[in-house]
Design a binder for this molecule. Structure first.
Ligand SMILES: N[C@@H](CCC(=O)N[C@@H](CS)C(=O)NCC(=O)O)C(=O)O
Length: 286
């Protein structure tokens, strides 16, 4: 059985990384995650083991192959794990999913450059050029014909490719149809999207992505009000994620929970309800 190493960029900002990460994590395919940061000296060093990759996401498979692009990543995973459901099994829906993915991968340049993904901040309003308006109208058209809450039946890679677009519409308060707003809301509620965002919040912000528009709270689901605390004891002796002994602590609802390191604690702190492993402990009274 092959193993996979996935290198991604800043979780708050790297839209292509979100797609690559969802290709594994939204479909239950095990993967070792490695993180790099843009605009820092280490970026080229971090990419070197993935030669000839120039960008993230990139996958190194234990068979020696390197997958250097988000489309290559999900297509290769789909070929190797056809049962995982990255693409719909219905041929008509599958063709539609591939068309939607291709259009996203090759297009929407104005949306991408005017409104870079930033899941740390939401703006009350954003100036919208005619070119951006035309791309939003195209999204309204593409998203209006959905098979249920998601684009092509069950959640598929078509949805994963549009997850960063949904994040942009939410963050920049972009004008789209009520039906498109429902679809955006689906993404904001999606557990894996919420997990990726929560992990991003554990990292230092990068000033490059900040825009000078009036801000508002992130429009996703209400976050449970947890806070880090210096010491235990906690209700749980072992980390909900690793099973290792607890060393870092969090208070929620007047109760103390423990984790094996600061990252496990903080990703929970930023959106506890997004993590089924934690919620299993939370929903079991000690
Ligand atoms: N076509 C690539 C695009 C990937 C891409 O542009 N990644 C950005 C981050 S979202 C990146 O690595 N930028 C760093 C750079 O260009 O130096 C894909 O789909 O994977």
């Amino acid at each position: 059985m092959n193993t996979y190493d996935l290198l991604i960029g800043d979780r708050s900002y790297s839209s292509w990384s979100l797609r690559g990460w969802l290709a594994f994590r939204a479909f239950g395919i095990p993967v070792n995650i490695h993180t790099t940061r843009f605009y820092q000296d280490g970026f080229q060093d971090d990419l070197r083991p993935y030669y000839p990759a120039k960008t993230v996401p990139v996958v190194k498979c234990s068979d020696g192959s390197i997958w250097t692009d988000s489309v290559a990543i999900y297509e290769e995973l789909h070929s190797r794990h056809p049962e995982a459901g990255l693409l719909p099994s219905n041929p008509v829906h599958r063709a539609k999913a591939r068309s939607l993915i291709a259009e996203m991968h090759a297009g929407f340049g104005t949306l991408r450059s005017d409104c870079p993904m930033n899941t740390r901040t939401a703006y009350r309003e954003t100036p919208v050029s005619d070119m951006l308006m035309a791309e939003l109208a195209r999204l309204d058209m593409l998203w209006s014909d959905r098979q249920g809450p998601w684009l092509c039946g069950d959640y598929s890679m078509a949805d994963a490719f549009y997850a960063p677009v949904a994040a942009r519409i939410a963050a920049y308060a972009l004008p789209v149809s009520p039906s498109s707003l429902d679809y955006v809301e689906q993404h904001l509620q999606h557990a894996e999207f919420r997990q990726f965002r929560a992990m991003g919040l554990t990292q230092e912000p990068q000033g490059f992505y900040v825009r000078d528009h009036p801000t508002k709270p992130w429009p996703g689901p209400t976050i449970m009000n947890a806070k880090a605390v210096a010491s235990g004891p906690s209700e749980n002796a072992t980390c909900p994620y690793s099973g290792d002994p607890v060393t870092h602590f969090m208070e929620l609802d007047g109760r103390i929970f423990g984790f094996c390191n600061a990252f496990c604690r903080d990703k929970t702190l930023y959106d506890a309800a997004a993590w089924p492993q934690f919620m299993t402990i939370f929903n079991t009274r000690a």
